[in-house]
Ligand binder design. Structure first.
Ligand code: ADP
Ligand code: ADP
Ligand code: ZN
Length: 214
């Protein structure tokens, strides 16, 4: 099954992705993670993406669509994938739906995580991320056992540059202007399940599982 994990920055998409992928046995495709990998490796694509990411703007559709298209053709995606943070614009959604249709596939569920802006700002400015494996923590809600060190891989846990408060506000504005309207495009085309993301992590997870059991 192909599933879209939709919601504003900080809604908990990354946090919930692991459990969904485990339940459905599908790979996790996070466009944000793909860009961060390129940033870390210093590729040309990473340089290009950085100029947008650091300002809280979207990377251009043509770049994002190429990356997703080349990821979706890998063999592990043949039985479906979890798309986290994609699509974020209507042209991205059109590309995804056209490609899936060409493969005789369709989006089986859109999980829409809803969280108020005030909570999002607190979550994102308190978020800390492992430089090595990408695991996310929160200074108050979910700190690593040892300060600054990843529980999973012992990598350095730091604040993402785009999680500073100014950039967070720009990202929320970008979401409202460019990404929120995508939900209206998705609604007549796929089953959309809206979930209260402002609950404990475990409760959000069980609501998602219930929605997926449908
Ligand atoms: P979050 O999950 O906190 O919203 P992501 O890690 O998904 O953040 O994305 C980080 C940044 O990467 C975004 O602010 C944007 O600049 C870029 N990005 C990620 N996915 C997309 C996309 N589908 N389209 C355009 N830009 C994207
Ligand atoms: P997204 O991928 O949607 O940007 P994340 O999964 O990275 O969001 O979560 C953003 C921050 O909020 C992280 O620091 C994470 O630990 C924290 N977080 C995620 N879900 C919850 C929740 N249900 N309650 C409290 N904090 C949460
Ligand atoms: Zn780690």
């Amino acid at each position: 099954m192909d599933v879209i994990l939709f919601g504003p920055p900080g809604a908990g998409k990354g946090t919930q992705a692991t459990a969904i992928c485990g339940t459905l046995s599908i790979p996790h495709i996070s466009t944000g993670d793909i860009f961060r990998k390129h940033l870390k490796e210093g590729t040309e694509l990473g340089q290009l993406a950085r100029s947008f990411i650091d300002k809280g703007q979207l990377v251009p559709d043509s770049v994002v669509c190429d990356i997703v298209a080349s990821r979706l053709v890998e063999t592990d995606c043949a039985g479906g994938a979890l798309l986290d943070g994609f699509p974020r614009t209507v042209p991205q959604a059109e590309m995804l739906y056209a490609w899936l249709e060409s493969q005789g596939r369709q989006v089986g569920a859109v999980i829409n995580l809803q969280v108020d802006d005030a909570v999002l700002v607190a979550r994102l400015s308190g978020r800390r991320t492992c430089l090595s494996c990408g695991a996310t923590y929160h200074v108050e809600h979910n700190p690593p056992a040892e300060n600054g060190k990843c529980d999973r891989c012992e990598g350095d846990v730091v604040q993402r540059k785009d999680d500073s408060e100014d950039t967070v506000r720009a990202r929320l504005q970008t979401y409202a202007n460019e990404t929120a309207p995508v939900l209206a495009w998705l609604t007549p085309r796929s089953p959309v399940h809206s979930i209260h993301g402002n609950q404990a992590i475990n409760q959000v997870q069980s609501d998602i599982e219930e929605a997926l059991r449908g």
